[in-house]
Design a protein around this ligand. Structure first.
Ligand code: ATP
Ligand code: MG
Ligand code: MG
Length: 354
């Protein structure tokens, strides 16, 4: 059978590997940690840094297709290492999504609204940009941020140098805070033949920058879902994308949509698909990158997915005993504050919803 190579062996890599195994594919994983979540599932573990050219070449040489579970892979070493092996999603999707300035310029360039923003390369640019945008803003590192790390909220009363220092003095972006009513995301997939499917949008709640829960349909109306799907389709087509993408949106009080960020991979806010759909986001990612037909994203339940963060996982005995719940743990032995340990999806009968 074919071998699927995955850069990164965290929980997303693990769940991709589980889905690939169900089609009889072998899985090769590159991760610095030999005990990473995906190691329990992988057929082959290649242990070392994600950016190591020789290890990436080894991954490519044993794989029929290479994919990744996170967007911070260094693009150049990966490109050089690939040889004849296909990378899906394509390198361009990595380049766009791993730098918040490139990402917002790309989105605005294809007519998609985002928070207003200014690139900040040095702390002395901050004062002017803040006046220019006006009101409350959020300073973020351009690269390598996740789970709200590398971000500082600021307004005209803050000391800019503190904000810049708190994010590590890295090249940054200043975004105007969007006074959103709520947040949603769309998980969509594009196949090798260009076919696109999109799951129903989820309403997401974040606490301290980390996804707490995803509810479907939540407050998403049919009209909002159509608009969000249209944006997702536009992004996928422009990137000539193959695989699953996660797109985070702010919904304004008037229902206007702003894209917050795009993740060129399976996404935490799509974990509910394993409980409420016949084919999960993980299966559709595997189908897309393996050149199989995409499966229907049809949803058969309403649901709420809760992340199990840190010692939330101690509720396991109760959660696993609860009816109509699907519990999924990531096999991480060490519980740490703010660490994603697993998730649980509770389903209820389908309402009319989106
Ligand atoms: P992820 O783990 O999703 O990659 P991240 O570290 O890239 O997270 P963002 O998605 O940029 O972080 O921001 C995290 C959360 O902070 C958002 O979901 C939203 O709740 C809030 N937030 C970020 N930027 C803005 C903004 N411009 N206006 C309003 N809220 C914002
Ligand atoms: Mg992000
Ligand atoms: Mg985010």
């Amino acid at each position: 059978g074919a071998t699927v190579g995955i850069v990164g062996g965290g929980q997303l890599g693990r769940m991709l590997a589980l889905a690939a195994a169900r089609f009889g594919y072998r899985i090769a994983v590159l991760d610095p940690d030999p005990g990473c979540p995906a190691a329990q599932v992988a057929s082959t573990m290649i242990v070392g840094p994600y950016g190591d050219g020789a290890l990436l070449a080894q991954l490519a040489s044993v794989s029929d297709v290479v994919s990744y579970e996170f967007e911070n892979v260094a693009v150049e070493p990966l490109r050089k290492a690939l040889g004849d092996t296909v990378l899906s999603p394509p390198a361009e999707a990595l380049e766009v999504s791993q730098d918040r300035v490139v990402e917002k310029a790309f989105l605005n360039g294809i007519g998609i609204a985002t928070a207003e923003w200014r690139a900040i390369d040095a702390p002395d640019e901050l004062g002017h940009a803040l006046l220019d945008l006006g009101g409350d803003c959020i300073l973020k590192t351009r690269r390598f941020g996740y789970d709200g790390k590398g971000q500082a909220r600021i307004n005209a009363k803050s000391t800019f140098t503190d904000a810049f220092e708190s994010i590590g003095k890295a090249p940054a972006i200043l975004e105007k805070m969007v006074p959103f009513a709520f947040e949603i995301s769309v998980i969509a997939a594009r196949g090798r033949d260009g076919a696109i499917v999109a799951y129903d949008p989820a309403e997401n709640v974040h606490t301290l920058g980390i996804l707490k829960s995803s509810t479907v349909p939540g407050r998403v109306t049919g009209e909002l879902a159509r608009a969000a799907r249209e944006i997702a389709g536009r992004i996928l087509s422009h990137l000539d994308y193959v695989g699953v993408i996660g797109i985070e949106f702010f919904v304004g009080k008037d229902g206007a949509l702003f894209v917050n960020e795009i993740a060129p991979r399976v996404h935490n806010s799509g974990h509910w698909t394993e409980a409420a759909c016949l084919a999960s986001q993980f299966e559709n990612h595997v189908r897309a990158i393996a050149g199989l037909p995409l499966a229907s994203p049809e949803r058969h339940f309403d649901c709420v997915m809760d992340n199990l963060i840190g010692d939330d996982v101690e509720r396991f005995d109760d959660l696993v005993a609860a009816p109509r719940s699907v519990v999924h743990l990531y096999g991480k032995s060490e519980v740490r504050r703010g660490r994603k340990m697993g998730h649980v999806t509770r389903v209820t009968p389908l309402s009319s919803g989106a």
